[in-house]
Design a protein around this ligand. Structure first.
Ligand SMILES: NC(=O)c1ccc[n+]([C@@H]2O[C@H](COP(=O)([O-])OP(=O)(O)OC[C@H]3O[C@@H](n4cnc5c(N)ncnc54)[C@H](O)[C@@H]3O)[C@@H](O)[C@H]2O)c1
Length: 431
């Protein structure tokens, strides 16, 4: 093992990103201390369990337990650390700007840790945060510590694999030695390292998420046009994506994007533009299309069922996408609350979703299986494309539902077959 592969690293924040970062850095050979302020999280991790669902993470943590420690104690995290990673959450504030209070709290807590060679911010932050962090570090006496922006592009549900096999590693720094140190931490990963200034690195992350969200909103807008003209959006977008200039990714129509990143990051980018008096028209439209898309599902149900008051509606899938338990800004929560506003009774099924933002729905009517949620329901909505939903005995479900009405918000099922089974079947952009 080379020196570059045996660094002492402190990671602040043991959430989705911090845990994956810490575990993967340990896998690469570094000694990692993960610090969180949530005693329950640290207790679970110390007991050998993982507080979130992320495929492969538990095994990786177990495999590297000699090189991974979890603590609530700041001193323990910083002792001997050469690099400090900031992986705390940056949720939306009331104004839509990113709330950076947790980032500043970590930066302030580094006062006195002048032995650090680099402070690395992985949290998604507005452009200009690095400059403010640099000033704060200088004020705290860390004038010799380099500042690095190292945005994270992993997707939940495949974060471990994404971290170890990234498309690129973006390193933004005005300090070549710190940039080289952080690039070196990734030795063992085969990916291009793209170095640039801090502001540009911060913008890469926001621009990437905004473009991914744009592609989905575009697909959804085309899907609506297909519904109005009799074209099939799956055929259309499938063929569009075969153009090598465009590619197939993020062109699938559905119920709208959600999750812990796209909504907050696109809104934060929009607000940062608005703060300078600039109205980002395209980005604003992308966000609007998405907001409307989530509501169209309810209107489609009303078109078939009329008044929804008193009806039992099953939401199949609550997490914002399959393979995760994360409920942050999941479209299901908008759907559930719109349905409740129409007077419907909402039932939910999801194999993993944590209470979080879905607390009112999951605790009131969480069903153990799709079958149970479907029995006696007046309508169902496929909200998350969990593979389990493909295996549902839909012939049985058609008979067991009070009315076999299904809105497939993910185009998961075959329209011809579903109609043959007797469903009033609706999907997104398909005739
Ligand atoms: N989740 C993703 O898929 C993803 C992908 C790319 C980037 N990001 C960005 O990474 C950042 C972290 O996201 P996340 O999903 O891991 O959030 P998270 O909420 O899962 O985890 C954040 C953790 O930080 C801890 N924390 C808060 N203040 C702290 C402090 N002062 N010291 C130590 N720990 C503290 C919290 O207790 C929590 O455990 C965000 O900025 C997010 O936008 C997330």
């Amino acid at each position: 093992m080379t020196d570059r592969q045996n660094r002492q690293v402190a990671v602040f924040g043991a959430g989705y990103i911090g845990l994956v970062t810490g575990a993967c850095l340990a896998e690469l050979g570094h000694r990692v201390v993960l610090r969180d302020i949530d005693p329950e999280k640290v207790r679970i991790l110390r007991a050998g369990d993982v507080p979130i669902y992320e495929p492969g993470l538990g095994d990786m943590i177990a495999r590297n337990k000699e090189r991974l420690r979890f603590t609530l104690d700041l001193g323990e995290a910083l002792e001997g650390a050469e690099v400090a990673y900031v992986c705390v959450d940056t949720p939306p504030s009331v104004s839509g700007d990113a709330d950076l209070s947790r980032v500043w709290s970590v930066v302030r807590s580094l006062a006195g840790a002048a032995h650090l060679r680099a402070v690395v911010v992985k949290s998604t932050v507005p452009v200009g945060t690095g400059a403010r962090a640099r000033a704060a570090l200088d004020e705290a006496g860390l004038t010799g510590t380099g500042y690095v922006s190292n945005p994270e592009f992993t997707a939940e549900g495949r974060a471990v694999s994404d971290f170890m096999n990234p498309d690129r590693i973006v390193i933004g720094s005005d300090d070549p030695a710190a940039a080289a140190l952080v690039a070196g931490l990734h030795e063992g990963i085969d990916a291009p390292v793209v170095t640039m200034d801090v502001r540009s690195a911060e913008m890469v992350k926001l621009a990437s998420n905004a473009l991914l969200a744009t592609r989905i909103s575009f697909a959804n807008e085309i899907a609506t046009l297909c519904e109005n003209t009799g074209a099939d959006a799956m055929e259309v977008l499938g063929a569009v994506g075969l153009d090598h200039r465009l590619g197939p990714h993020f062109l699938r129509p559905g119920i709208g994007w959600g999750g812990s990143c796209f909504p907050k990051d696109s809104e934060a980018l929009r607000q940062s533009a608005s703060n300078t008096g600039f109205h980002p028209m395209l980005l604003s439209a992308v966000i609007d299309v998405n907001n409307i898309q989530k509501r169209r599902a309810v209107q489609k149900l009303k078109d078939v069922l009329g008044d929804l008051a008193g009806l039992e509606i099953a939401l199949l899938g609550m997490a914002f996408k399959p393979g995760t338990d994360d409920m942050r800004e999941a479209p299901s929560t908008v759907l559930a609350s719109r349905l409740a506003a129409e007077g419907a009774h909402v039932r939910c099924w999801d194999p993993l979703a944590r209470q979080g933002e879905a607390e009112p729905w999951l605790s009131a009517a969480r069903y153990a299986s799709p079958d149970e949620a479907l029995d006696g329901a007046d309508a169902a909505v496929v909200v998350t494309e969990w593979p389990q939903l493909k295996d549902v005995d839909w012939a049985r479900a058609a008979a067991a539902m009070r009315r076999p009405v299904l809105f497939d918000g993910r185009n998961l099922l075959d329209p011809v077959r579903m109609r043959e089974l007797g469903f009033t079947y609706m999907s997104v952009g398909r005739p």
